[in-house]
Write a protein that binds this ligand. Structure first.
Ligand code: 3SK
Length: 520
């Protein structure tokens, strides 16, 4: 079990401790060709923290932080947390209507925003009730009549004592992507933020201050916040930020910043493999010691291809915005079985239950995953959602898993992604993983389509890899590949070739949109 003192402020632990213990010259952030040491990060956090206090921001206030993956995003979150406020990073693609919902639901008092993302805030503001301060980081000459970040911080002190937050005060709020209804605010306390590094990172990644974490998950995505803020800073390591990273940008950052732990999602790993199949020949990726993946299940074929081309293993993990980070994964040094997500992360317990009775199922049977540990589901002001999401202290993330005899947890599907066809339960992602093995397939999503005879049939939406064209013969060979690999009733009776798949900003396939399309 993880223990924290009654009073703890996450910023003291992530930044100040390194400076006071002699690691102030370690590089905390690398961005383009700039480096920011821990001492400089502390100074910038303190100056903005003082600026926010001068504006009247109080402990407990919610501060919306809206940026691309840039250093000011990290400084702004940490400055808010250091003065006892709650950082609320917002995804950059959110439109005004979504921002209105979030700002009003969170009753945010303050917004710190990158000027390139100001327009949606300006459109949202007249429909919000609580915002008193808007601080703009002007880097692109966007005109505005709000508080200027550089002016606000220019006149403030370099020193700031962290607010005496308790370990159970809120530090961070992240809104779910809202694929199943209105976005919900998932709240996280100072100790829970630290716990993600002290459980998952410490045991599964084994980081040291020489590590460089880098990748392209957006910082407001819990996965990105953990990998690119909490985890590197907890260990005095470096975070490498890349704005709007394409596969090439990501590999360039590996080469330029010496990334040792690359963090991304399966789609991006597949894109890298498609575009740069002989990676190390085009970019120097020799600094990499491991790769991590989350957001969507990683298929064994992606794991194997990446290992063959780039010489490192991808550690898959499952987490949720509500749990803040990964709670099932393999650990560094363990024998990875790419057919399973891994074991419960030390500190977490997992069980697979019957969704109807709540009883734990025998090993080997598929059911609903339940998890408990140092983080857990706690929604801001949504009692009706809270009630069903947390049962007797167990969080129910909504995934179907098998708890195997060997102790590993094997992903089957999201609860909603189980296709029931002629009475058979068919996990869509299992069929996706098999189709993904084929060179012809670049990306694929499998959902249930309504069918008079079978209730539902398996339907695959396929993006073809470069150089392949759709044809009846190709469809037949995709179908045969599934029939020859899985129980034949799982093969996709319908295949549609598409140019793109609907995805959330965090890269998750929106199968719900595909299902809706099929129902029309
Ligand atoms: O999607 C995931 O698997 C995930 C992992 C870590 C943190 C947050 C999320 C949603």
């Amino acid at each position: 079990e993880l223990h924290y003192p009654e009073h703890v402020n996450v910023v003291t632990e992530l930044v100040d401790r390194h400076v006071s213990e002699g690691r102030g010259d370690n590089v905390a952030i690398r961005f383009e060709d700039e480096e920011m040491t821990y001492a400089e990060l502390q100074r910038q956090v303190n100056r903005l923290g003082n600026g926010l206090v001068n504006l009247g921001v109080e402990p407990g206030d919610r501060v919306v932080v809206r940026f691309t993956n840039r250093p000011e995003a990290i400084v702004s979150c940490l400055a808010a947390q250091k003065i006892g406020a709650v950082a609320l990073p917002s995804m950059k693609l959110l439109r005004a209507a979504e921002l209105v919902h979030i700002i009003n639901n969170a009753e945010a008092s303050t917004v710190v925003v990158y000027d390139a993302l100001l327009d949606e805030i300006d459109e949202a503001l007249p429909r919000t009730d609580t915002v008193e301060n808007v601080v703009v980081v002007e880097r692109n000459g966007v005109e505005h009549d709000h508080t200027d970040y550089d002016e606000l911080t220019a006149g403030t002190d370099d020193d700031l004592d962290a607010h005496q937050t308790t370990r159970d005060d809120l530090a961070l709020m992240l809104y779910t992507s809202g694929t199943t209804g209105e976005p919900k605010g998932a709240t996280h306390t100072h100790r829970q933020v630290l716990a993600t590094a002290d459980s998952y990172a410490r045991y599964c990644l084994n980081p040291t201050e020489d590590d460089v974490f880098g990748g392209n998950p957006p910082l407001p995505f819990a996965y990105g916040y953990g990998d690119l803020v909490t985890m590197p800073l907890r260990f005095g390591a470096t975070t490498s930020l890349v704005e709007n990273a394409s596969p090439g940008d990501l590999l360039q950052a590996v080469e330029d910043h010496g990334i040792t732990i690359i963090c991304s999602i399966p789609t991006a790993y597949n894109q890298i493999l498609q575009k740069y199949p002989d990676g190390p020949e085009e970019y120097d990726t020799s600094s990499l010691r491991m790769a991590i993946s989350a957001g969507e299940p990683l298929t064994p074929s992606t794991f194997n291809k990446f290992k063959d081309s780039y010489g490192v293993e991808i550690y898959d993990g499952i987490g949720t915005t509500e749990m803040l980070h990964i709670f099932v994964s393999h650990r560094e040094g363990q024998d990875i079985d790419p057919g399973a997500t891994g074991y419960p992360v030390p500190g977490y317990e997992c069980k697979v239950i019957d969704p109807d009775t709540g009883e734990e199922l025998p090993r080997g049977e598929a059911g609903l995953l339940a998890v408990r540990g140092p983080t857990g589901i706690s929604y801001w002001n949504r009692p009706e959602k809270q009630e069903n999401a947390l049962v007797d202290g167990w969080s129910l993330p909504g995934d179907i898993y098998i708890h195997r005899e060997d102790g590993r947890l094997e992903y089957k599907a999201r609860e909603d992604d189980l296709i029931i066809s002629s009475g058979y339960n068919i996990p869509g992602p299992e069929v996706e993983a098999v189709l993904q093995e084929l060179d012809e397939v670049s990306e694929v999503a499998v959902v249930g389509a309504p069918d008079e005879e079978r209730g539902q049939v398996v339907k695959a939406f396929v993006i073809l890899a470069d150089g392949f064209d759709a044809s009846d013969e190709l469809t037949e060979s995709l179908q045969n590949h599934v029939k020859n690999t899985l129980a034949p009733y799982k093969y996709p009776r319908r295949v549609e070739y598409v140019d793109e798949l609907p995805r959330t900003e965090t890269g998750k396939i929106q199968r719900v949109k595909l299902r809706e399309r099929e129902r029309q």
